[in-house]
Design a protein around this ligand. Structure first.
Ligand SMILES: Cc1ncc(COP(=O)(O)O)c(C=O)c1O
Length: 352
């Protein structure tokens, strides 16, 4: 394998798929895995083989890519502004099951207009802000009012609630994470009840990520779990207290291209190969090699023991898996030291 390359340890990856399937069994929740992490219809198909009922995406282009890759049930867990993009989604909904989220009356109007033009009915979820502080109307009456607008349109179907607490995912203490999800559960439950009082059921109550999925799954409030990073398990998640039960399966393979100075080695994998928004990468199973910084095409390693030789290959564990994946064209799937597959990252750069 020439470098830099994105390696997928297939044993660890499959163990992660099985762990998530087993952890959700009997909780009354289903897995709608998030494709923003892997951007690959092949990985989505593998998740389906381990029980995922569909995929979440953040972007219409990701939905298109997954649909053409054979994924039949896709939720855009995000807001879509403007009829151009909505029309693409409406066109897609002729081929696969599609739903999207809204937090504004104008989005409901636009979705209804494009659905009417396309001669279809679109499923629309109301996003509530349960602590993330990003998108979403406040829980309770504002969410009910928006749901009633959706239900009143002959071209739309009220699909339920999107209730994702992103900020809770990496809270270091387990107790504080549980408290945050407890508050989100109260707000979500209250909104579901208020919707029921006006005659609206929630077929989907979606949310959760890799850091908190066990809490949402046990709450009795959510019925769809949207975890994404669990397939790869990055350093960001490995570093939280009582980390989620997944193995590192994603690595950036680099080659030592320089060891000219005492105590320092330099790899050929820099910012263009590995994302550092959640911290510098670690060298896999080499605590004696510490990454001290990256430049565009280089990673500097401080060597606390023997210096690696020029030409030696080393695995980096990324701090944040999603943007690292988006820097590569292929997963190189490896097992027992051999390459078993090459999977295209087909939705790489699919941002529109
Ligand atoms: C709406 C939504 N759901 C689910 C997730 C999945 O989170 P994770 O990759 O941490 O499992 C994200 C991640 O950002 C998200 O934005």
């Amino acid at each position: 394998v020439d470098t830099p390359a994105l390696l997928l340890d297939l044993d660890a990856f499959e163990a992660n798929l099985a762990t998530m399937r087993d952890r959700l069994a009997g909780t009354g929740t289903r897995l709608r895995a998030h494709a923003k992490t892997h951007k690959s219809a092949v990985i989505a198909q593998r998740q389906a083989a381990y029980g995922a009922i569909g995929q979440c995406v953040q972007k219409v282009a990701e939905a298109e890519c997954l649909a053409w890759g054979g994924i039949g049930d896709i939720l855009v867990s995000n807001q879509i502004a403007g009829r151009t993009k909505l029309a693409r989604l409406a066109a897609l909904s002729r081929i696969v099951q599609v739903a999207l989220c809204v937090d504004d009356a104008a989005q409901v109007e636009d979705a209804a207009a494009v659905a009417a033009d396309a001669g279809i009915r679109l499923s629309v979820l109301v996003e509530i802000d349960v602590g993330m502080g990003r998108c979403g109307v406040p829980p309770g009456p504002p969410a009910v009012a928006l749901a009633q607008r959706i239900a009143a349109s002959p071209h739309l179907i009220f699909g339920g609630l999107q209730s994702y607490h992103g900020r809770a995912q990496h809270i270091p203490s387990r107790e504080a994470r549980a408290q945050a999800i407890g508050l989100a559960a109260d707000e979500t439950r209250r909104t579901v009840e208020q919707l029921r009082q006006v005659g609206l059921d929630c077929p989907v109550v979606g949310g959760a990520g890799t850091g908190t999925f066990a809490l949402e799954a046990a709450s009795g409030v959510w019925n769809e779990i949207q975890a994404g990073s669990y397939v790869f398990m990055d350093l960001g998640y490995a570093g939280i207290g009582d980390p989620p039960p997944f193995r590192h399966s994603l690595f950036v393979l680099g080659t030592v291209i320089s060891a000219a100075r005492d105590g320092v080695a330099v790899l050929d994998a820099g910012h263009k190969a590995v994302a550092v928004d959640s911290g510098l990468p670690a060298v896999w199973q080499r605590p004696d090699l510490v990454c001290t910084g990256l430049s565009d095409e280089h990673a500097n390693l401080r060597c606390e023991g023997a210096r690696p030789q020029v030409g030696q290959k080393l695995r980096l564990v990324p701090g944040h898996c999603d943007p690292t994946v988006d820097r590569h064209d292929w997963y190189v799937g490896v097992r027992n030291g051999r390459v078993e597959c090459l999977w295209p990252i087909a939705a790489r750069g699919a941002m529109a």
